[in-house]
Structures are given as C-alpha cells and as structure tokens.
Design a protein around this ligand. Sequence first.
Ligand SMILES: C[S@@+](CC[C@H](N)C(=O)[O-])C[C@H]1O[C@@H](n2cnc3c(N)ncnc32)[C@H](O)[C@@H]1O
Length: 291
Amino acid sequence: MILPKSNLKVKVPPIKIQGIKTKLIPFIACSIKWDGKGTWIEPFMGSGAVGFNIAPERALFSDNNPYLIKFYKDLQDSKFDSQDVREYLISEGEKLSRTPEGADSYYYDVRDRFNKTHDSLDFLFLQRSNFNGMIRFGPHGYNVPFGRKPNRFRPALITKICNQIDWVKYQMQTHDWDFKVCDWKDSLANSTEDDFVYLDPPYIGRSTKYFGSWTDADANDLAFYVNQNLLGGYALSMWYKNKYRTNEHLDLWNGTMLTNEHFYYLGGKEQNRNSVVEALVIKDGYLANQN
Ligand SMILES: C[S@@+](CC[C@H](N)C(=O)[O-])C[C@H]1O[C@@H](n2cnc3c(N)ncnc32)[C@H](O)[C@@H]1O
C-alpha cells in the first residue's frame, strides 16, 4: 500500500478532541513509507482523524477513553446512523436553544444524563457544543463546560456532522477495522513486523487531561517499550520546541525526526497563540522519500 501523498483531501471526523492532528495529516501521510501488508495500529486514536484519512486496509484503533471507543463501535454496529443523528440533534439542539448560556443551559442536563448513561449521541452532542471540543473527565465524570452559542445546532452544522458520520461509517464498512478500549501497551502486545504503529500520546510536560493522567514516567515507559519491543514500523507525533525550550524527551526516541511548524491555540486571542514546532519521529526504514 502506498500512503496518500500531500494532496490528500483531509476530512474531519464527528468527534472533536484537543490535540486533533487534522492539520498535520498530509505531512504525516506523505512522510511514512509502509507497504500496508499488516495492521495500522493507533493506540492513542483520539478523534481517529489520522487513521480514518490514511484509510489502511486493516487497522486497530484503540484508546483508554471508553466513550470514544463506544461511540465508534456503536456506529460500526449500526446502533445509530446519520438519520438518527439528524433527528437527535434537531430535537436536542432545539432544547438547547431555548435555554441560556450559563449554568441553566440545557447542555448541563445532557452532561448529567451522559454521566449516568454514557449514551453515544449525548457524547456527540457534548463534543460539538462544549468548550473548544475538549475531552476532560474528573472524579464525577465528564466535566467540560458549555462552549456558548445556545443556537449552534443550525441545519448547516447538523448536515455537516451527519456527513462526517456517513464518511466514517463508509470507511468502516469498506475496511477491516477494529476498535478497542485499552491501555496503549495492550494494543501493541501482539503487533508484528508487518504492522505500522502511529503514536500520538498526550504531549509530555503539558497538563492536558483526557481520560486519565499522563505523566513523564508514562511517556518514558512508552519510549523504552517501543525501542525494545516493537517489531514493525512506527511514527511518533510530539512537540519539538516552542520559543522557550526544546523537548529533551525526544532524545529517548530512535529514528529520523521531521518537523513542521504550526500554531498551538492557547486562547481565543491572536496574541495568545504560541508557535510550536511539531516533531514526527519515524523509525529507520519507514521514512518516505523526501523529494
Ligand atoms: C493527543 S490525543 C490523540 C489525538 C489523535 N491523534 C487525533 O488526531 O485526534 C491522545 C489520546 O491518547 C489517549 N490516552 C491517554 N492516555 C492513554 C493510555 N495510557 N492508553 C491509551 N490511550 C491513552 C487519550 O484519551 C487521547 O484520546
């Protein structure tokens, strides 16, 4: 299999998440050389944006966030489709629009309900109306606040989300893809020399919370495990440097490092956006011709 080149037309999946790699997908896709004989393994799938666009024939998508995986498994198992999503968002969006932006927003009713039932459509609703598409859980469950704009679920947005659902569903139906809730180590345990692993762990040294914690020790453990045990290829996404410092953790990784500058959004205002250089470390033998 030849991975798509930089003219790949990137599509966005229905679930948003902080750290989504949408803008880096052409860079990632055209930097990797892999014959596609084995399985594409994505142990930190998040939104799934990278693998869904690269579209390998066989893939294992996993994450330790059970609700992300449940959402995609429910879609794969036809527990809902884009028509269900449309009807749900019209009706729930209408209820949201009738409430104010603050603590009395209908958003918080859906959030309470989600924390009891873990319904996939409620998860979608929260991810498309919360603050900045964040995913964050605390001791009492999902705790991201409302992102304002009670009338956000307008027909155009609902259609956009339904098209995203149809695209991912089509990809699932036409490829051999598996979705699994597990720690990264479990998804790598049976990997073979034919497989390719795309690693996009939470960034070291940032207090980004997803489902659980991610410590410096976890990041180092991942690097040691991959260096010692991984038989096939891999690519790692990680921050390389910002205007204050360079990421020394990258010294633990073997391979070739490519970089690509992009903007890291720290706040709504232009002056709060810090430029971060992103690294892609690729195991020797898996780097595409850079001409
Ligand atoms: C940077 S995000 C991945 C973003 C993804 N590449 C995208 O484009 O949407 C990191 C993901 O790692 C997951 N994660 C954190 N710790 C994990 C662990 N120990 N095992 C598996 N997944 C983990 C988080 O839930 C989150 O979805």
